[in-house]
Write a protein that binds this ligand. Structure first.
Ligand SMILES: Nc1nc2c(c(=O)[nH]1)N[C@H]1C(S)=C(S)[C@@H](COP(=O)(O)OP(=O)(O)OC[C@H]3O[C@@H](n4cnc5c(=O)[nH]c(N)nc54)[C@H](O)[C@@H]3O)O[C@H]1N2
Ligand SMILES: Nc1nc2c(c(=O)[nH]1)N[C@H]1C(S)=C(S)[C@@H](COP(=O)(O)OP(=O)(O)OC[C@H]3O[C@@H](n4cnc5c(=O)[nH]c(N)nc54)[C@H](O)[C@@H]3O)O[C@H]1N2
Ligand SMILES: [Mo]
Length: 746
């Protein structure tokens, strides 16, 4: 085929979904994208692309895509919407939210996002310009996605880390300073379909090709597990105990890095004392992992130089996720694998550019200390949880949903929902969030497609531009890169464009600063000394130079991490803190410990008799991003049904055949799933993918695209909550039972 032009850009939602970063080429013919593929010159993905990117054209030009603003004309849930102009949509929003601000205060509006697509920047900008402190992932119980891990690393050494796959150097694996990790511990993650949190999953395969060996910790045989030296088939939610036992082995056998520990850390004796409680023998019982496997894995990891850990979201979803993450963080600190080639390197946003204020530190840099202080007065959860107050800018989701009912300490009147399908994917306890959202006076959803949330509660829907239609930028983590618009579709506008326009209406001061989105981007790019157009001209991306704070290695030796320029880490002590002073200040145990899942064979044995299976939800599919893409033909064909994976020993006993529809239930309700009988799951566990709704079904109430029948979050509770306010969303540990669909309910 002949093309009119090829546009080189970055793909970062909407389209492929995901946490982004891939360089892509979009082929344009007659004003339309006709083909999308990976850009082989881009250091992030080196030409590779996921199925969702390859299906971009089906996504962009799907007949169901919303391409102009809509207002609801029938009752909520009737599915009657009418086309309106952008002017009418924005005027209505301005008037309604303006009135709510006047009558109830700006804090009574929640600004709700889903996971970290290209949204944290625009939505926080709008929330703060409007005056609301309540920027939130509504429904994400315990804010259990990445935040507990980020918080633990920040509290331990004042920065975040990721596995070093040479991603911080444009030469990648050929960089002479780089070393391949001898051992990679893939812990509670399946990075290939997921590419989570700025990490490209295939980098692990690249490392394997160059010699890395794997230890995999998962209740399920993943592709990586089947190729690992050691596969630890763990009981869901017990990772904290396993990490403590590994620390125990590494300390008692003196396998830790003595020089690093002595020179750069403190709190070692306290940690040693705490870890002594967690003998491999005791932990073997807790975790279902044989004692010798725990010991051998700890030795393998500690003796390998370098070694790295790549970890996933189930850690956050453990009870007290921030303490589990702390224990795992200690593993790479104890073994001296912090910020060394092939270890867990410190990851900072490229050039210190903020696309998305990850932490309070960045909030201070963007908005000033006074602003953050005021924000905390009314931010939901900031007064109850010191870690929520001091570590990140978000509101706490479990308290927020309660407040939507109680109005205490102030009423919640409206939700602005942008990049989140709360009822189709994000929220634990779907019914609770459905009822909470129904109570709102006004709900705006900015999305590309209808979904159960738009159908149930949207009053206004704004049509959003895909990744191929927008101007944006990204500094998570490297390279610093721009997103370049290739075409236009209908009347769709980018999240930045929508939010900047509304922000100016609520805060006219902004008119003086930003006429266009590009001006705003240029402002954010200032720390890099480059403009959007310059970056676009030079190919769209740039890597931070050597010896800068956003490039490894061993920055703690060079004085590149602390604001005072001294060697050491960005903690009060300047050291890695095994006993965290921040945790202590926040009223938490300064040392890591294990706590049992809220429902389990150990904690609730009576319940376990009734519901003897652990339901692990949410393993990622490479053709879907959460609840997205179910309507895209090429993608749905690869993963057509809402399934449940069941071990043959369990299915056999119950006479369940592969492919048969079955019921999964607990005291909270029941759902239907198609059985996939497979030995890859542990016999005491079933694995249930999340985010399922059926776009081909009736979207109107009461059906709502079938969510009450198939969304697994009907069976997931929001959990008792973690002490820190972060962690413990019970998405991986609910107890359930299964039965054939044709059996009568007891
Ligand atoms: N059972 C279970 N539930 C889970 C999980 C689990 O493991 N198990 N995981 C949880 C986790 S970790 C997370 S982070 C949440 C995620 O939950 P969400 O991030 O809410 O994910 P989605 O349900 O896909 O909803 C995203 C919506 O935003 C739209 N969208 C996509 N990109 C953009 C964009 O750039 N702009 C705009 N305006 N709209 C966009 C999509 O069309 C879709 O309707 O789900 C949680 N839910
Ligand atoms: N294609 C695609 N990519 C995605 C997403 C998507 O929906 N689709 N979602 C994005 C988001 S927001 C996130 S947070 C990431 C999440 O991506 P991951 O962190 O990889 O999370 P999961 O796929 O939920 O689980 C990973 C593995 O952990 C195992 N597991 C489950 N429970 C436990 C446990 O208690 N302990 C241990 N050790 N293992 C456990 C599962 O069996 C699974 O193999 O992916 C991101 N990337
Ligand atoms: Mo997530």
């Amino acid at each position: 085929m002949e093309y009119d032009k090829v546009v080189t850009t970055t793909a970062w939602s909407p389209g492929p979904g995901c946490h982004g970063g891939c360089g892509v080429k979009l082929y344009i013919k007659d004003g339309k994208v006709v083909k999308a593929e990976g850009d082989e010159t881009h250091p992030f993905n080196q030409g590779r692309a996921c199925p969702r990117l390859l299906a971009l054209t089906q996504y962009m030009y799907h007949p169901d895509r919303i391409t102009y603003p809509l207002k609801r004309v029938g009752k909520r849930g009737e599915g009657k919407f009418e086309r309106i102009s952008w002017e009418e949509a924005l005027d209505t929003i301005e008037a309604k939210l303006g009135k709510i601000k006047e009558e109830s205060g700006p804090e009574s509006v929640l600004f709700c996002q889903g996971t970290g697509r290209d949204i944290g920047g625009p939505i926080s900008f709008l929330a703060y310009s409007y005056g609301s402190p309540n920027w939130i992932q509504l429904g994400l119980a315990g804010h259990s996605c990445y935040t507990p891990r980020l918080g633990a690393m920040m509290a331990t050494y004042g920065d975040y880390s990721v596995l070093d796959a040479a991603q911080f150097s444009e030469k990648r694996y050929d960089d002479p300073d780089y070393k391949v990790p001898q051992i990679i511990m893939v812990w509670a993650q399946n990075p290939m379909p997921g590419c989570p949190d700025g990490f490209f999953g295939h980098w692990i395969v690249d490392c394997m090709k160059r010699g890395s060996k794997l230890i995999v910790i998962d209740p399920r045989w993943t592709w990586f597990a089947s190729r690992a030296e050691k596969f630890l088939q763990i009981r869901p939610g017990t990772d904290g105990a396993l990490a403590m036992a590994m620390i125990n082995v590494i300390i008692s056998e003196e396998l830790y890095d003595k020089d690093f520990v002595e020179q750069w850390t403190e709190g070692f004796e306290e940690l040693k004392h705490r870890a002594a409680e967690y003998t491999p023998q005791k932990v073997a019982e807790i975790t279902w992992i044989p004692e010798e496997d725990i010991i051998e894995s700890a030795r393998m990891y500690a003796l390998a130089k370098p070694a790295a850990i790549q970890w996933g979201v189930p850690i956050d979803k453990c009870p007290e996720g921030s303490t589990v993450a702390q224990a795992i963080t200690h593993l790479w600190c104890l073994t001296g694998n912090l910020d060394v080639p092939g270890g867990n390197v410190i990851a900072r946003p490229a050039y210190g550019v903020t696309t998305y204020p990850f932490s309070t530190q960045e909030m201070h840099e963007l908005y000033g200390e006074e602003f953050v202080k005021n924000l905390n007065e009314k931010r939901i959860g900031a007064n109850e949880f010191p870690m929520v107050r001091n570590f990140r800018g978000w509101a706490q989701p479990d308290l927020a949903v309660k407040q939507m009912f109680t109005g205490d300490p102030y009423p919640i009147k409206a939700c602005w929902i942008q990049t989140s399908n709360i009822l189709g994917g994000q929220a634990a306890d779907t019914r609770l969030h459905y009822e909470a959202l129904k109570r709102m006076d006004f709900v705006v959803v900015a999305d590309l497609f209808h979904n159960p949330t738009t159908m149930a509660v949207a009053d206004i829907i704004l049509p959003v531009a895909s990744t191929a239609e927008k101007e944006s930028f990204r500094s998570w983590w490297v390279p610093l890169q721009v997103i370049v618009p290739a075409v236009e579709v209908g009347e769709c506008r980018s999240d930045w464009e929508i939010n900047l326009e509304l922000a100016k209406r609520f805060n006219p001061e902004l008119r003086k600063r930003y006429d266009t989105v590009k001006q705003l981007i240029d402002d954010r790019l200032k720390p890099a000394g480059i403009t959007y157009d310059q970056l676009k001209e030079q190919g769209g991306w740039v890597m931070p130079p050597e010896n800068s704070a956003s490039r490894p290695y061993r920055r703690y030796e060079k004085g590149l991490l602390r604001p005072d320029g001294k060697p050491g880490f960005r903690t009060t002590s300047g050291k890695v803190e095994f006993a965290s002073k921040s945790y202590q200040d926040w009223g938490l145990d300064p040392l890591p410990y294990y706590s049992e899942p809220p429902e389990s064979e150990v904690r609730t044995p009576e319940l376990f008799k009734k519901y003897p299976l652990v339901m692990v939800t949410g393993r990622r599919s490479s053709v879907f991003f959460h609840s997205e893409h179910r309507m895209i033909p090429w993608l749905r064909e690869c993963d057509p049904y809402p399934i449940v994976e069941i071990n043959p020993s369990v299915a056999g006993k119950m006479g369940i055949e592969d492919g048969e529809w079955i019921v999964i239930e607990n005291d909270r309700g029941s759902i239907k799933r198609k059985a996939q009988v497979t030995p890859i799951v542990h016999p005491k566990v079933i694995s249930v993918p999340h985010g399922w709704w059926l776009p081909e079904e009736d979207g109107r109430e009461p059906n709502l695209y079938g969510i009450w029948d198939i969304n697994c979050n009907n069976l997931v509770h929001i959990g008792p909550g973690a002490k820190s306010g972060y962690g413990g969303g019970a998405y991986k540990t609910a107890l359930v039972r299964i039965r054939k669909a044709n059996e009568a309910v007891e």
